[in-house]
Structure formats: C-alpha cells, structure tokens
Design a protein around this ligand. Structure first.
Ligand code: TYM
Length: 329
C-alpha cells in the first residue's frame, strides 16, 4: 500500500477549490492507500491569525474533513501541531535548504507582493515545513491542487539533497497527485485567477443555498458570443470549469454547445450551475451540522490521529538524527 500524505490550512471554511483540488482525492485515496491527512495549523501562522479564531478554524476544518467523507477508521486524521516532531524535522531540513531557492519560490514572491509588510521567515521557509510534513511519513503520493506543484518539486529536491549529502537512500521522492488527471486549478467567480480563501471569489462547502445562488448569479461573465464557435472568454470559461466538476456531462455539453451556436443565456447557465453546486454541497452541509455538536467524537478523532501520526514521525526523526550525527554522548 502506498503512503499518502496531505493537508489543508485551517484559515476559514473550505471552498470548492480545496474540495476539488485536494479533498476529493483524499476521500477516494483512503479506500486503497495508507493515508495521513492533517490540518496544517502551523502553516497558517504566517498571517498571524487571532488565536481564538485559529482554534475555531482547526475545529471547523476537522468537521469539514469528516463531513466530506474522511473516515478515521480508514485514514489517519490529525492536527499538524499535535505532532511536534514536525518542528524538529523542519529545523533539521532547514540546514540543507538554500536561501536562494526559497527566494525564488513563486508562492513566496506572490506573498511578498501582496503583503510587503509581513515578509517573515516562516513564509520564506514555508516549503521546508511542507517538506517536513511529507517526508516525516515517507509519503509516495501527495494529493494537491496545481498551486502546490512547485512545493512538491522542492520537497523532492530536499529529499534527494539530503540523501546525497549524507550518502544514504533514506528519503523517498514524493509526487503531487490528482486522480486520473493533471493537477487542477478551480477558478474563482470574479473572472480571473484561482478560487481562494481570502479573495471573496469562492463558494464554501458551508454556504447556505441562498448564499450560493447569490454568489453564482453575481459571477463575472462577458457580453456573450457574437459569432458561432468564437473562443470562450476567461470569465465564462471559468464557469464552465466549475460546471465540469459539479454538473453531469450532458449539462456541460448543452451549455458549451449553446455557447458555440450563440444561443446561450448566461442567466440560465448560472441558475443551473448554482443548483448543481447546491445539490453537491447540501449533503456535506447537513453532515457538518450533525458533527458540530459531537465534541467527544472530534476530540477522540484528533487524539487518536495524533498518536498514530507521532508513532511514524518519531521514528523518522530518530533516524534522521542518527544519520546527521546527532547522538547523545
Ligand atoms: P491550502 O490550504 O492553500 O489549500 C489546500 C489544498 O487545496 C488546494 N487548492 C486548490 N486546488 C484547486 N483549485 C483551487 N482554486 C485551490 N485552492 C486551494 C491546494 O492546492 C491544496 O492542495 N501548503 C498547503 C497545505 C499543506 C500541505 C502540506 C499540503 C501544508 N503541508 C503537505 C500537502 C502536503 C496549503 O497552503 O494549501
């Protein structure tokens, strides 16, 4: 059985991008693989969330993991900070990572541009912490969306550099993974770019139907096709991309054809899209309501997950210390 590891930052509610980029893979992979899925609370500290909000978000993310179909009987589900061995591997890996390569990371450069007043060392070394999460359990596959591809490449670089420096075959080189396809990017409703947590362009699994309808009806489109088979603008193509994952293939075909022959009405497209999203999120939303009052079960899931994850993590850290020459006198 292949070892699979992945995580999501608890920075609010999960949106359709998180779901279709990552979660849908988690749910499928737990059936046939040895899976470990965590809530990446340490990663979310780079933006200095209010401590009370952070705690609530960790709890909410656990609820959303379970409501989406993750099963603690099938996968190990844990909170990143409950496995302190992660910090140790992170510090040790930092010794073999070069500042130059961190400076060139796309996600780092984006964050510097967006937030020039908070360029902290945690942001710079973000990919090292991610590598620690993955390498600590010797993952072979890491289900993620397209935006994480470079981080996985860096994880492979660090793994092979460690093996070279210490002349061992210790760390595996993990690959980013998406079931049956290339890695995906779910676009936002604002006409360009990916769906994100703080961009105001997303639909959350926890959105009520009326909110989903409102958001979809407000999605950016264009002024409509003017001649048959004209190329589709980015904003409309984004709606088709979301439709591709939530609607059945007949529906997608119908609207794509009506675009091609210029009979499309964006109002109809949006109504259909909103209803298909609601059909998809409603069962998850209902399970969230059931789970949210089950405090005992949430605590137990996190406790058992942490115990199991620490078993695997502490073995790795022991071995890495030994390889690097850190031994008690
Ligand atoms: P995060 O929390 O930003 O996103 C979690 C997962 O959702 C995917 N995703 C998307 N996929 C497609 N389209 C989108 N619009 C979209 N938005 C988000 C992300 O690709 C990701 O898979 N650094 C990671 C969390 C992390 C992690 C790890 C992942 C920490 N350690 C180790 C894997 C392995 C992050 O910030 O993801």
């Amino acid at each position: 059985m292949e070892r699979v590891v992945s995580g999501i930052r608890p920075t609010g509610r999960l949106h359709l991008g998180n779901y279709f980029g990552a979660m849908v893979n988690f749910v499928k992979m737990q059936e046939t693989n040895d899976c470990m899925f965590f809530i990446a609370d340490i990663h979310s500290l780079t933006t200095h969330p209010n401590p009370v909000d952070l705690q609530g978000n960790v709890r909410q993310t656990l609820i959303e993991y379970l409501a989406s179909g993750l099963d603690p009987e099938k996968a190990i589900i844990y909170v990143q900070s409950d496995v302190p061995e992660t910090y140790e591997l992170y510090s040790l890996l930092n010794m073999i990572v070069y500042i130059g390569e961190l400076n060139r990371t796309t996600s780092f450069k984006d964050k510097v541009r967006q937030n020039p007043n908070n360029v902290n060392a945690g942001l710079l070394t973000y990919p090292v912490l991610m590598a620690a999460d993955i390498l600590i359990h010797h993952a072979a596959k890491v289900p993620v969306g397209k935006d994480q591809e470079q981080h996985l490449e860096m994880t492979r670089t660090f793994a092979s550099r460690f093996n070279n420096i210490y002349k061992v075959q210790y760390f595996k080189e993990p690959t980013a993974f998406n079931f049956g396809h290339e890695l995906i990017k779910i676009p936002g409703l604002d006409g360009s770019g990916k769906m994100g947590k703080s961009k105001g362009n997303g639909i959350f699994l926890a959105d009520e139907p009326s909110v989903i309808r409102k958001k979809v009806m407000k999605a950016v489109t264009d002024s409509g096709p003017t001649e048959p088979n004209s190329s589709v603008s980015e904003s409309v193509n984004n709606l088709f991309t979301i439709m591709d994952v939530v609607s059945d293939s007949e529906t997608v075909k119908f609207f794509r054809e009506s675009y091609a022959n210029c009979t499309i009405r964006y109002g109809d497209l949006k109504k259909q899209l909103a209803e298909d999203i609601i059909k998809f999120t409603t069962p998850i939303y209902e399970r969230m309501q059931e789970l949210s009052s089950n405090e005992e079960m949430l605590k137990k899931t996190a406790r058992i997950g942490a115990e199991k994850a620490r078993e695997s993590a502490s073995k790795t850290v022991r071995e890495v210390r030994e390889i690097m020459g850190i031994r008690t006198l």
